[in-house]
Design a protein around this ligand. Sequence first.
Ligand SMILES: Cc1cc2nc3c(=O)[nH]c(=O)nc-3n(C[C@H](O)[C@H](O)[C@H](O)COP(=O)(O)O)c2cc1C
Ligand SMILES: CC(C)CC(=O)C(=O)O
Length: 379
Amino acid sequence: MTSAAPRAGEPLTLDDFAEHARRELLPEVWDFIAGGAGRERTLAANEAVFGTVRLRPRALPGIEQPDTSVEVFGSSWAAPVGIAPVAYHSLAHPDGETGTAAAAGRLGLPLVVSTFAGRTLEEVAGAADAPLWLQLYCFRDAGTTLRLALRARDSGYQALVLTVDTPFTGRRLRDLRNGFAVPAHVTPANLSGSAAAGSATPGAHSRLAFDRSLDWSAVARLRDLSGLPVLAKGVLTARDAEAAVGAGVAGIIVSNHGGRQLDGVQASLEALPEVVSAVRGSCPVFLDGGIRSGADVLVALALGARAVFVGRPALYALAAGGSEGVHRMLTLLIAEFADTMVLTGHASPGTIDADTVILPGHGRPATETTAPHTDRSHG
Ligand SMILES: Cc1cc2nc3c(=O)[nH]c(=O)nc-3n(C[C@H](O)[C@H](O)[C@H](O)COP(=O)(O)O)c2cc1C
Ligand SMILES: CC(C)CC(=O)C(=O)O
């Protein structure tokens, strides 16, 4: 890929965007976004594990221009990359979720809007022209969740993402030490007036307001009510993947919530093969957690993900440059992915298989060291 020479100081990597954001944000806001639960072992592992996988190059691949696009639930995405649901984009920049949606939409990439978005579902829909999904937390006040699902359907959202790893938010020590509270000007726009609107301290609020009696029957309830496909976000084991499939999910997002829930669990990438194998091609499997480069995207696809989502990098790019910053970050990620495709000999994402990577401790391609999970032929 040819690209124009960068201007001095322009971010050249996703890590550069994080560095810009760290300088822009108040320390306690940076900590809320960057931090994880407990000793942050899982948070660290999410990124570090990508550094342990080796790529297998392809000489003279004969690819002029790779086609990075993928199809998901009948929609074309410009690349196998979306934006994970992250609360309160307006913490990072006044453009908030509408800025993020506009940037992703210009590039043909999807956005998953958080239950705790700072802009209304309808405002975000007005700003985006790429697929939108709505992430749902289920509240004790069940009506609040059901109304959100119906509003999403009515404003053209294409899927619901039920977060299944959060009966309450994890113990995030940075926030506890900082006494972090969401600033008064940042509010959950879609919960206003509801019993779930709650307080400014996300941890305490989640313990009061989230429905801990929730079980897998929620999938069918939300699907039947809204007519939308429902994905489960936060699956890390074969057992939970089988439960999700049994409950009728349309897709699974392998995720540990960016290391913000149960510290000590596997990195998302480590859990991916087990989940892909358990699902046996019955629904697409996605991954979030630790994706910081185009090569990381390729590695996740090689181990069976249909597509990946980035969480923190979207907020960092927003903090660094508003909607334009998100556009630049996503453009960079797609360009890195396209370059990595060419150098590993893939003209389209569909051919990226386990033969493209070597897992830690093995001198051989992952095809020979991992079982049948590499089948991504499912719809
Ligand atoms: C500041 C912040 C807020 C988040 N808010 C939500 C949320 O509202 N709902 C949800 O399901 N996940 C939420 N997540 C988790 C992300 O969807 C995603 O799982 C995680 O950020 C992926 O890891 P990454 O940041 O390494 O890309 C949040 C993550 C962060 C960093
Ligand atoms: C407001 C919070 C519940 C959002 C969240 O899921 C998180 O901070 O990880």
